[in-house]
Design a protein around this ligand. Structure first.
Ligand code: AMP
Length: 283
């Protein structure tokens, strides 16, 4: 058993601790999460620890980024298990505000990101990045970290946060962490817990098909042909519904312009039963 971690639930107690660390000249990193932590989250903490003495992990299942039809009430929660994992990893403090601390009665301000937030995720989840940007902005104000670490697993989200920090001159650096995968290639995700045994067996096809698409594109295949083939393969592998299979400019997330040589990213969102999986790779 490792020493239990402080779990802080009021902004006052949080600010007191941050102030004490600042007095000692410690650098502070923030890793925002929604809990139900897996190795991917812990890799973000390990990366943060390489750059900062103090790592705050926030655990907050943010209601404003869920649509009424989405999985807010059944989203997995395991604070005791999370605290145990974080203590072992070297995290300094858990910031776990309740919804009424985060959104007290009368709360009425929302950040509305555009640019990289347009399309892809927002084609089917229009409310999503407004909720993410607003809660991240609040987390940054509460914790005042030197850096915040985000996973490339949620690539468009990472781009949205980077853009918000630039646009609003927020005084912190955003660090991107590579995606942590299971041995069979499936990107780790708290939502993988929803998969039935059969769906879990089918799920690694997503990363395999994405990797094949990357090779076909490199071998000279056209974007239209390789994405069409990938959609068919995903359907055959059991992904009955596909939200998108898109190749985009890795920086702007705009569709690539033929003949230009810019870094590209493949982004996919597809459903196995009632579970939506997203993944992305560099091309
Ligand atoms: P979540 O708790 O799912 O909202 O994720 C919290 C943070 O962990 C986000 O920055 C995610 O991008 C990141 N994350 C989630 N899964 C992974 C993974 N498999 N590899 C790396 N980062 C991840």
């Amino acid at each position: 058993m490792s020493t239990p971690l402080p779990i802080v639930r009021t902004t006052q107690a949080l600010r007191q601790q941050i102030k004490a660390w600042r007095r000692d000249g410690d650098l502070i990193a923030l890793v925002p999460t929604m809990g139900a932590l897996h190795e991917g989250h812990l890799d973000l903490v390990r990366l943060a620890l390489r750059q900062s003495k103090r790592v705050v992990v926030s655990i907050f299942v943010n209601p404003t980024q869920f649509a009424p039809t989405e999985d807010l009430s059944r989203y997995p929660r395991d604070e005791a298990g999370d605290a145990e994992k974080l203590a072992r990893t070297g995290c300094s403090l858990i910031w776990a505000p309740t919804p009424d601390i985060m959104y007290p009665s009368g709360f009425a301000t929302r950040i509305i990101p555009a640019g990289v937030a347009d399309g892809l995720e927002t084609d089917t989840r229009p409310q999503f990045f407004g909720g993410v940007a607003t809660v991240c902005c609040k987390l940054f104000s509460q914790v005042t970290p030197d850096i915040a670490v985000f996973g490339e697993k949620d690539y468009q989200q990472l781009c949205v946060v980077q853009q918000m920090v630039r646009d609003l001159d927020l005084p912190l650096g955003i660090v991107a962490a590579p995606t942590t995968r299971e041995a069979d290639g499936l990107a780790m995700s708290s939502r993988n817990a929803y998969l039935s045994p059969d769906q879990r067996t089918a799920a690694p096809a997503l990363f395999r098909i994405m990797t094949e698409l990357a090779s076909q594109l490199k071998a000279g295949g056209s974007i239209h042909d390789v994405t069409t083939a990938a959609r068919q393969q995903l359907n055959a592998a059991g992904f009955a519904k596909i939200d998108y299979v898109e190749i985009r400019n890795a920086k702007t997330l705009a569709p690539p312009i033929a003949g230009t040589d810019v870094p590209l990213r493949l982004l996919v969102a597809a459903w196995l039963g009632t579970t939506r999986l997203i993944d992305n790779i560099t091309l």
